[in-house]
Design a protein around this ligand. Structure first.
Ligand code: NIG
Ligand code: FE
Length: 419
């Protein structure tokens, strides 16, 4: 007896992004596995069949109870995965937008006590409910733009209580809305006001007090550090990562964003899940990454917002690295939550092809979050996370820059957006 289908999507152009390996690299980045006029069947939270109508009908039973979505002339893709965001913060920084628009430098604003520290003040002042409400709103934006999984960093507390409050907001949001959240502890995001004159003291505090507490509470999967000139040195970062890895956390790093400090090399040394930003990565850094399993996550929305040079995506791709793309959504350096816009920027400014861009926000992003077995492609056995776009060719999705073409979103087998 065939499995009953709870949901059938009658496509459409189905971008499965299915590959024989995960992550995807090299020439495989150009392949997307696109099926024309295909159907997708789901049972419970899973995809149970993908392919031509007859093949799907032979594999699952379609009954009166099966929910049917007509998607002829539409594109169906895996749910998009944003593997680098700073989702939870109090306040906002539109005042700095004026300064940056007139040419003020991001790091100068930060050194003058604005930037991240201004969000730290607002986040410390916010109640847990306020943080949850702000996060809820932002996740709604993301979901309506086709994003079904979001990595969320702390890092606007820089004290034990507020860092835990941010991670608690993520935990609450996970329990009440459909987007899957991946929590990351980023206590090493800036020097807190209390430790401006005692940087080693803050590293000690993170290592001896905060990391063990975050572990104990079980509220983060990953630990990240802003390894940057004037922020956390390679040596200070290494101490934090060493402790985090002893405690069993997987690692990610803000690497070589403004200055080639050696973040990429550090990511390779620890075999991190990802090295993010990489605007200034050196050839040596790329070589180190190429010999490791680290996923380079590029964030062209940040280069765009800060008017900085874009990361060398082609060099990374040519070195055989499994490129991923993410928004870096945050109140300062990149206040966009639009992952499809990021794909357009990658195509226009980093010579990434639409096929590479799709692989970068699906299967490779899933791999960087250790969710490749369950998320990131449309294949039987995987979770039914998918997006229906109101165009007939996937290449039109990054091409219509900044237009939200999302018509419907299915998360874990359930229709959650119908625009
Ligand atoms: O990824 N680089 C450091 N952190 C963020 C910016 C955070 C902020 O400005 O609030 C980033 O760009
Ligand atoms: Fe970031």
């Amino acid at each position: 007896m065939a499995l009953k289908a709870d949901l059938v999507i009658k496509g459409g152009q189905v971008v499965t992004a299915a590959h024989s390996t995960c992550p995807v690299r090299g020439k495989d980045m150009q392949k997307l596995d696109v099926l024309e006029g295909a159907w997708v069947a789901c049972s419970g939270v899973e995809i149970t069949a993908v392919g031509p109508e007859e093949a799907v009908r032979s594999q699952v039973e379609i009954t009166d109870q099966t929910q049917v979505i007509e998607a002829a002339g539409r594109v169906i893709t895996p749910g998009l995965i944003d593997a680098h965001t700073h989702l939870i913060f109090g306040g906002s920084r539109e005042d700095e937008f004026y300064l940056r628009a007139r040419g003020a430098d991001y790091m100068e604003i930060m050194a003058a006590g604005g930037g991240i520290l201004s969000s730290v003040r607002a986040t410390r002042a916010a109640s847990l409910d306020e943080l949850v409400e702000a996060g809820r709103q932002r996740l709604r934006w993301m979901l309506r733009m086709g994003v079904t999984t979001v990595e969320c960093k702390s890092g606007y507390g820089l004290d034990l209580e507020t860092e835990l409050k941010q991670l608690e907001a993520v935990r609450i949001l996970q329990s009440e809305q459909p987007v899957e959240l991946v929590p990351t502890f980023l206590g090493a995001h800036a020097w807190p006001p209390e430790f401006q004159e005692d940087q080693e003291g803050y590293v000690d505090f993170l290592v001896n007090v905060v990391l063990p507490a975050v572990k104990e509470q079980g509220v983060a999967e990953y630990v990240d550090v802003f390894t940057e000139k004037g922020v956390f040195s390679v040596e200070q970062s290494r101490r934090i990562f060493q402790k985090a890895s002893e405690l069993g956390f997987a690692l990610r790093v803000h690497a070589d964003e403004m200055y080639a400090l050696g973040g990429a090399e550090l990511a390779a040394e620890f075999g991190m899940a990802s090295a993010d930003h990489l605007l200034m990565v050196t050839e040596q850094g790329i070589k180190a990454l190429a010999d490791s399993g680290v996923v380079p996550i590029l964030l062209p929305g940040t280069a765009f917002s800060l008017r900085k040079p874009y990361a060398p995506a082609r060099m990374l791709l040519e070195a055989g690295l499994p490129l991923a793309l993410a928004t870096d959504f945050n109140p300062g350096s990149c206040p966009t939550a639009n992952l499809v816009l990021v794909m357009s920027l990658a195509c226009l400014y980093m010579a990434v092809t639409p096929e590479e861009a799709f692989n970068a926000v699906t299967i490779n992003a899933a791999h960087s979050l250790n969710r490749c077995k369950r998320l990131g492609s449309l294949e039987p056995g995987k979770q039914a996370d998918l997006v229906i776009f109101a165009v007939d060719d996937y290449r039109k999705i990054p091409y219509y820059v900044g237009v939200n073409l999302v018509e419907k979103v299915v998360k874990a087998g359930r229709l959650v957006v119908s625009n």
